[in-house]
Write a protein that binds this ligand. Structure first.
Ligand code: NAP
Ligand code: ZN
Length: 355
């Protein structure tokens, strides 16, 4: 095993992803060494490659929907052994001491969790690099067991898109008798439909794309509303207990707030940034409605979500690509032209660029 690893990185804002070589730390006693087989392509990868959030450190090796095979484990590792199929999501570490960490919500670590890429290792200060690469080394605590019965390549997006839509549905106790709307049918949205349906809710997709209606019904939607048609949105006034909003860019929340019933909540998972145009507080006050946000999910809940998927026969709908096609995949993602998650077959990293 050589220390030099191959991957794909962006080296500056606006630069295309290109082959990149780098090293990772030597495994620590609690580490699991994983040969990466599949890696999902999240819209957050695109945001960070483009420095949309203003915090990207280059070179950036994206990828936080990782599925791979264990090839080595440190001396204290007990839950995994060589040969196991495992997953790694958006986080690889957290302080472990603060109250969110102690409650299993490492994503809200008060001392900042360590992201799988675009972060800094809290022990050695080295940059973290993600899953568009050959191998990753992760502390056992942040490694997930992939249940038998889940197709590993279709399970990759569960590690971000899956948990990000699952966690708020659990937080707001969604189940039979509830009405849930999912806004945006992309990676997160398609999993939101599947989970809300499996939890027993009546599910509506709100989309800009009238052409996605049939697909949405196949994925679990009982109803589809087209957001450009204000009359359709108007008909849904006062209807939903929960709106799961996955739109990645600033947008008017007012029409979506008006679709909430008394005590309903609009949960933002897509937008990270200022809300514009302004929200009319009358929509909050008159129906005791709330706007909330939600970030991925903790390690324990990720395992719960993976087990829920195995029990309910839920997987992601994926389009497999080669790493050499990643820039084209980003272009398509920007146009919402993906059904519903690109997953990179990392075997392609072994091919020469011209292959
Ligand atoms: P995606 O696959 O690109 O899906 C987003 C969907 O939103 C699109 O398919 C489209 O659906 C709709 N949309 C896109 N642009 C829009 C616009 N300008 N106006 C209205 N609707 C629009 O993205 P994703 O991977 O699901 O990620 C969605 C967002 O969640 C990203 O911003 C990502 O960074 C964020 N995210 C957050 C977390 C978290 O922890 N909170 C975790 C992962 C990702 P229709 O064609 O149906 O309209
Ligand atoms: Zn993601």
């Amino acid at each position: 095993m050589t220390d030099i690893l191959n991957g794909y990185a962006a080296t500056a804002p606006g630069a295309l992803l290109a082959p990149f070589q780098f090293t990772r730390r030597h495994p620590r006693i609690d580490d699991v060494v994983i040969e990466i087989e599949y890696c999902g392509v999240c819209h957050s990868d695109l945001h960070q490659v483009h420095n949309d959030w203003g915090n990207t450190r280059y070179p950036l090796v994206p990828g936080h929907e990782i599925i791979g095979r264990v090839i080595d484990v440190g001396a204290t590792v007990t839950r995994f052994k060589a040969g196991d199929i495992v997953g790694v999501g958006c986080l690889v570490d957290s302080c472990g001491d603060c109250s969110p960490c102690c409650e299993g919500e490492e994503q809200y670590c008060l001392n900042k969790p360590t992201p799988t890429y675009n972060g800094v290792d809290r022990h050695d200060g080295r940059p973290t690099y993600g899953g568009y690469s050959e191998r990753i080394i992760v502390s056992e605590k942040f490694v997930l067991r992939i249940p038998d019965g889940l197709d590993p390549k279709a399970a990759a997006p569960l590690l971000c898109a899956g948990i990000t839509s699952y966690s708020p549905l659990r937080r707001w106790n969604i189940g039979r008798g509830h009405k849930v709307a999912v806004v945006g049918l992309g990676g997160l949205g398609h999993m939101g439909l599947k989970f809300a349906k499996a939890m027993g809710a009546e599910v509506t997709l709100i989309t800009r794309s009238a052409g996605k209606e049939q697909e949405a019904r196949r994925l679990g939607a009982d109803h589809v509303l087209v957001s450009s048609d204000l009359a359709q949105i108007g008909l849904a006034a006062g209807n939903f207990d929960l709106v799961l909003d996955t739109i990645p860019t600033p947008h008017d929340l007012n029409p979506y707030l008006s679709t909430l019933r008394l005590n309903g909540t609009l949960v933002l998972v897509g937008l990270i940034g200022p809300i514009a145009p302004a929200v009319h507080s009358g929509l909050l006050v008159t129906g005791r409605r709330s706007i909330a946000g939600s970030a991925i999910g903790g390690v324990e809940q990720m395992q719960e979500m993976l087990d829920f998927c195995a029990a309910h026969d839920i997987n992601c709908d994926v389009e497999m690509i080669r790493i050499q096609d990643i820039n084209r995949a980003y272009e398509r993602l920007l146009k919402s032209d993906v059904r519903y998650r690109f997953v990179i077959d990392m075997e392609s990293l072994k091919s020469r660029p011209a292959d």
